[in-house]
Design a protein around this ligand. Structure first.
Ligand code: PMP
Ligand code: GLN
Length: 380
């Protein structure tokens, strides 16, 4: 069998989680919370699971009442009301939305701009469509986009640009000026935008999240993704959604209907019940900022150098002063097996090996978990 992705192994998140389990390490590698979703959401799911008539296929684009709740939330936060009938599609996590968008719009030979480091599925999913990933590095230490380099990488073949803010793994966020600059670069081009905003409710230090939905020029050419897994501490539920103009939504749905057709019905009902409760997501920036600050404080006495975190739920740290001779993959393994704290090497987010000596910690954990991990890290 000739592999379509011969150079792709098992996702780093599965690899490190397995290694954490085998080593009895505290898992700060894969990004998922070790606390449960809000009680009202769990109770809503239990209710709908027990409701006769809620067990069959949902409509292909998503339950109308969930799409209406998403439209209301989008209007409240970003000042634009997408039409639930033609501009919102519920997907099996942001993962399916990412894959379906790429399958819908990328043809063989199309170039797709990826700002690196990038979430690990982007490039393989582009390549599976015959697309050509074109990598533009984000600039250390704060991983800002270099818009001149982005401009230089744009060609008439650039079908799509992939954005992610707040950013996994670095915690960088885009500013209104970034979005305006990008709008200028894309004006009069055929390039579409995929904006991965799964960490939209985790932006710190009093800043609002700057959604592409709120930038009228970009919105016209964008697929904007979110994930209920992140918003409700329910990564195992695998529900997300895509907001996009009608013509783009129509293309996305052509694929979505043949990838999953539709998403679990009782789960969608439960989410539709709680989404109007604005407190549940309005409290997230404060909730996660406290965790970021606690984790940074706990690591302050160590020899890790902490990079800034403006959003998301990951902390990137440089380990050069601890193990100058180890590459990040070896260090991540050693930290997992010998120190008992699992992390992700930053090279996993690049298409080629990096010399940065950086690893990623997930701080979406109970304070007690963060403290226990820090106790081990303080021994280094
Ligand atoms: N994009 C990014 C940047 C992510 O971090 C994740 C989750 N790890 C996803 C997409 C996938 O989201 P979901 O779990 O909803 O499929
Ligand atoms: N998004 C999560 C992370 O970055 C992991 C998701 C997954 O395991 N596929 O760690």
């Amino acid at each position: 069998l000739v592999s379509k992705l011969p150079d792709v192994g098992t996702s780093i998140f599965s690899v490190m989680t397995q290694l954490a389990q085998e080593s009895g390490a505290i898992n700060l590698a894969q990004g998922f919370p070790d606390y449960d979703p809000p009680r009202p959401l769990l109770e809503a799911l239990a209710r709908h699971v027990l409701t006769p008539g809620h067990q069959q296929y949902a409509p292909m684009p998503g339950l109308p009442r969930l799409r209406e709740a998403i439209a209301a939330k989008t209007a409240r936060l970003y000042g634009y009301t997408p039409d639930p009938a033609t501009e919102i599609t519920v997907t099996s996590g942001a993962t399916e939305a990412l894959y379906a968008v790429l399958a819908a719009v990328v043809s063989p030979g199309d170039e797709v701009l990826i700002l690196e480091p990038a979430y690990d599925l982007y490039a393989p999913a582009v390549r599976l469509q015959g697309g050509v990933p074109v990598y533009v590095p984000l600039l250390l230490p704060d991983f800002r986009p270099d818009w001149d380099r982005v401009a230089a990488a744009l060609t008439p073949r650039t079908r799509l640009l992939m954005l992610n803010s707040p950013h996994n793994p670095t915690g960088a966020t885009l500013t209104p000026e970034d979005l305006d600059t990008l709008a200028g670069l894309l004006r009069n081009t055929p390039t579409l935008l995929l904006s991965d905003e799964v960490y939209e409710h985790m932006v710190f230090d009093g800043q609002p999240h700057r959604s592409v939905v709120g930038q009228p020029e970009l919105r016209e050419r964008a697929f904007v993704l979110s994930s209920f897994g992140k918003t409700y501490h329910a990564t195992g539920w695998k529900v997300g959604y895509c907001v996009a103009p009608p013509a783009l939504t129509a293309e996305l749905r052509r694929v979505h209907q043949f990838v999953t057709f539709s998403v679990s019905t009782p789960t969608q009902h439960a989410l539709a019940d709680v989404l109007p409760d604005t407190d549940l997501y309005d409290s997230l920036p404060g909730f996660y900022q406290q965790k970021r600050d606690l984790f940074r404080e706990l690591l302050a006495p160590t020899r890790f150098r902490l990079l800034p975190v403006r959003g998301g739920y990951f902390q990137v740290a440089e380990f050069r002063d601890i193990a100058p001779d180890l590459d990040d993959e070896s260090f991540a393994r050693r930290l997992t097996q010998e120190t008992g704290v699992a992390v992700v090497p930053i090279s996993a987010f690049y298409h080629n090996r990096q010399d940065h000596r950086l690893v990623r910690f997930c701080f979406a954990k109970q304070d007690a978990t963060l403290r226990a991990a820090a106790e081990r890290l303080q021994q280094l």
